[in-house]
Design a binder for this molecule. Structure first.
Ligand SMILES: C[S@@+](CC[C@H](N)C(=O)[O-])C[C@H]1O[C@@H](n2cnc3c(N)ncnc32)[C@H](O)[C@@H]1O
Length: 354
């Protein structure tokens, strides 16, 4: 018997492969040819270049595919939300009600931005009881974000030879990034923090036995004043959190991170900063709209160096991150989100007053 749900997922993955590969390359080629014919220099005449791309039929098709393939992934007869809902009782029975490595906060008031936006076009976002399962199912379908190697690669790059004893992983989701840090830093205890009870329950339930003794999951708002011990972490990290925060929350997370870190401690965030290439920048802004990630543009417009200095850091280093071999080559062979590491060191002494 054909597993129709699996066939549907394979069909969507094949469509996405076409969209991110051949269709993206065709768009690059056609836009370059048209810009040359019309004598538009994309780095000088930005308005004319934007107008050219905006009315380009391949760009319209590219945007349509991005929006609707993502919609089909979650919704409709074989979408992830109905598929996960159909297994509701079995899934909830299997997720740990009480767990020594899980601290939930029943009094937590999640911020409005988190409740109101269907981030990634995931209906209801991450607040529902089954949301963690839907999120996990979405990543299990493949793509860069679904590969555990991504998290291992980032953990090694973020550690950069350091051997922290205490790590805080903000916006940990269902624990992939947290587990990767625990595995890469064998002397560290690692706390994963998130707003989503469903994600945290799943993270605790599937914590690898060999790492459980060094893992803890905590429900908290990373942008709120918190009871988490001040100046006690050697490393604060996040993976794909910052672009999900509106400007005020982004500022608050950086400020809090400055409080959680000990002097000389390091913060390393993995996220998406806008690419310099004009066409890629248009696609980055388009992704923000089409994938329901409105705050991506808040991150793009943020003055990260200034926010970090005000939070007690020595400034910030922006490091492009290659999630796969050749990922940073230009011209890009495939459409990708511009992975970037945002690295900052907490000052060891107060700056002198002038
Ligand atoms: C894209 S997911 C990344 C999850 C995980 N780091 C990973 O790479 O699989 C972003 C996570 O940030 C969480 N988040 C958003 N705002 C938050 C906040 N203010 N405090 C804590 N977590 C937050 C979301 O609930 C979500 O689980």
């Amino acid at each position: 018997m054909i597993d129709e749900a699996a066939a549907y997922a394979r069909f969507l993955a094949a469509c996405r492969g076409f969209w991110a590969g051949p269709m993206f390359r065709a768009l690059q080629r056609q836009v370059a040819t048209d810009a040359a014919t019309q004598r538009i220099d994309s780095s000088v005449d930005q308005e004319a270049f934007h107008a050219l791309v905006a009315r380009h039929p391949t760009h319209a098709m590219f945007g349509w595919m991005e929006r609707h393939l993502q919609h089909l992934k979650y919704s409709g007869r074989w979408g992830l939300v109905p598929m996960v809902n159909s297994q509701r009782d079995a899934l909830l029975a299997g997720s740990a009600p009480d767990d020594a490595i899980l601290t939930l906060d029943s009094a937590l008031q999640p911020p409005a931005y988190w409740l109101e936006h269907d981030i990634h076009q995931h209906p209801g976002g991450l607040s529902g009881a089954l949301a963690g399962f839907v999120y996990k199912a979405a990543t299990d379908q493949g793509g860069v974000v679904g590969r555990p190697e991504l998290h291992d690669l980032f953990a090694r790059a973020a550690l950069d030879g350091r051997a922290p004893r205490r790590i805080l992983d903000l916006g940990c989701g269902f624990g992939r990034s947290t587990v990767a840090f625990a595995a890469a830093a064998p002397n560290a205890s690692v706390v994963g923090a998130d707003l989503s009870e469903s994600c945290l329950r799943l993270a605790a339930a599937q914590a690898p036995a060999a790492l459980r003794g060094r893992l803890h999951y905590r429900q908290m708002d990373a942008a709120a004043e918190s009871t988490a011990a001040e100046a006690s972490y050697d490393l604060v990290t996040s993976t794909m959190l910052l672009h999900e925060l509106p400007a005020a929350a982004l500022e608050a997370v950086i400020a809090q991170t400055g409080r959680w870190l000990r002097p000389g401690g390091v913060s390393v965030h993995l996220d998406f900063l806008p690419p310099a290439d004009p066409l890629l920048r248009i696609l980055y802004d388009g992704h923000s709209l089409r994938n329901n990630e409105p705050f991506m543009r808040d991150l793009a417009n943020a003055d990260l160096a200034d926010a970090h200095r005000r939070a007690g850091f020595d400034g910030v280093e922006i490091v492009p991150f290659a999630e796969a071999e050749g990922a940073l080559d230009m011209p890009a062979a495939r459409w990708r989100l511009p992975w970037t590491m945002i690295v900052a060191t907490k000052r060891t002494s107060q700056p002198e007053l002038s």
